[in-house]
Design a protein around this ligand. Structure first.
Ligand code: SF4
Length: 350
């Protein structure tokens, strides 16, 4: 009861906050997008404030070319393993779901260790689709080390790992005019508050937030207060999980296995040092070294505006296909496939 009252008070503070007209906040993380819309927090925004989604859904930012490579591997008879969401993402001409229906050995797994187990038990060439941000990458790095330790030589990684700070820098340099960032809680637990210090030079406030309604409302209030007063700081409003310097153990395993590489993002294009690739000493675990991958490509999908959604330029309903030709039960673009995709969250939660 007391909690509900505290939440009601916070909600009222947000609703009546005297915000600057034209304030535009980006929630970077797909989990925040879902949490906000599921709790209906968008209805509490004060006059003059707009909340837009960012590039924080890993499935959404992964370019078509990656799916094309995975499809090509599956057609070569390799066992392709992946988190479930990736299976439905359309590539240029096919998807992993369609390839599976056509007989390819494609399996949804819950963790990279499950994929390693499949490789070990089946003895077949097994590829894990390494997709995700700083949150997912340490477990994948640990799995790579385990594969070497156990001498499981038929396991490899097709990587499309992405780093959040370079994407935010690219957004700031681009045409999205923002007033501040609601920063991702899980990614920040690995990289720490200090990883966003570049926001200070850009005169943009940022608040690292947890995922409860109370976390998000209090983080939005902090952001709006800073923006109103021209205070440019990165605040950690999720101290029960995030430390200033992040998680050193996770970063150490990442640095042991991966190195930064220029990477392509849907909507944002190529961003310097925004991806992770296996270091040369781990080349035996790199699917692109193990196999000749002849990926089919096609011209980009017409009308899907997922890239503009990911840059915070439009809301999903501005896409002409939204909830008509493209719906969660038959998605045409990745922002509708992933449960963390903005288009999917808008349809599911309104
Ligand atoms: S509604 Fe579908 S087609 Fe439109 S931007 Fe979203 S994912 Fe792309």
């Amino acid at each position: 009861m007391a909690e509900a009252t505290a939440l009601t008070r916070l909600a009222e503070r947000l609703r009546s906050f005297p915000a600057r007209p034209g304030t535009k906040i980006m929630e970077v993380c797909g989990t925040h997008t879902v949490a906000i819309r599921r709790s209906g927090l968008q209805h509490l925004l004060p006059a003059g404030v707009k909340l837009v989604s960012g590039p924080g859904c890993p499935v959404c930012v992964t370019p078509d070319r990656f799916i094309d490579e995975a499809v090509a591997l599956a057609r070569q008879g390799v066992v392709v393993t992946s988190f479930g969401d990736m299976l439905r993402v359309p590539g240029s001409r096919s998807s992993l779901e369609k390839e599976r229906a056509a007989g390819a050995d494609i399996r949804a797994v819950y963790s990279p260790l499950d994929a390693l187990k499949i490789a070990n038990e089946s003895g077949k060439e097994t590829v894990f689709l390494a997709v995700g941000f700083e949150t997912t990458a340490p477990a994948i790095a640990a799995t790579a080390l385990k594969a070497l330790e156990k001498k499981i030589s038929n396991f490899s990684l097709l990587t499309a790992l992405r780093l959040v700070p370079p994407a935010l820098q690219a957004l700031i340099a681009g045409d999205t005019r923002l007033s501040g960032f609601l920063l991702p809680g899980h990614v920040s637990a690995v990289i720490g508050r200090q990883a966003y210090d570049f926001l200070l030079q850009q005169r943009l406030p940022g608040v690292i937030s947890g995922f409860t309604a109370e976390d998000i409302i209090s983080s939005l209030l902090l952001l709006l207060e800073m923006y109103n007063k021209d205070i440019y700081m990165v605040m950690n409003n999720y101290p029960r999980v995030v430390r200033d310097s992040g998680n050193e153990k996770s970063r150490t395993v990442l640095a042991e296995v991966f190195e930064p590489v220029d990477a392509e993002w849907r909507g944002l294009g190529a961003i310097p040092a925004s991806g992770l690739q296996l270091k040369p000493t781990f080349a035996a675990l790199d699917s692109r070294h193990r196999f000749v991958i002849r990926a089919e490509s096609a011209s980009p999908r017409k009308n899907c505006r997922c890239g503009d959604v990911l840059r915070g330029l439009i809301d999903p309903p501005a896409c002409p296909l939204f909830n008509k030709a493209c719906r969660p039960d038959r998605p045409l673009g990745p922002c509708m496939v992933s449960s963390e995709g903005s288009c999917s969250a808008w349809v599911t939660y309104g």
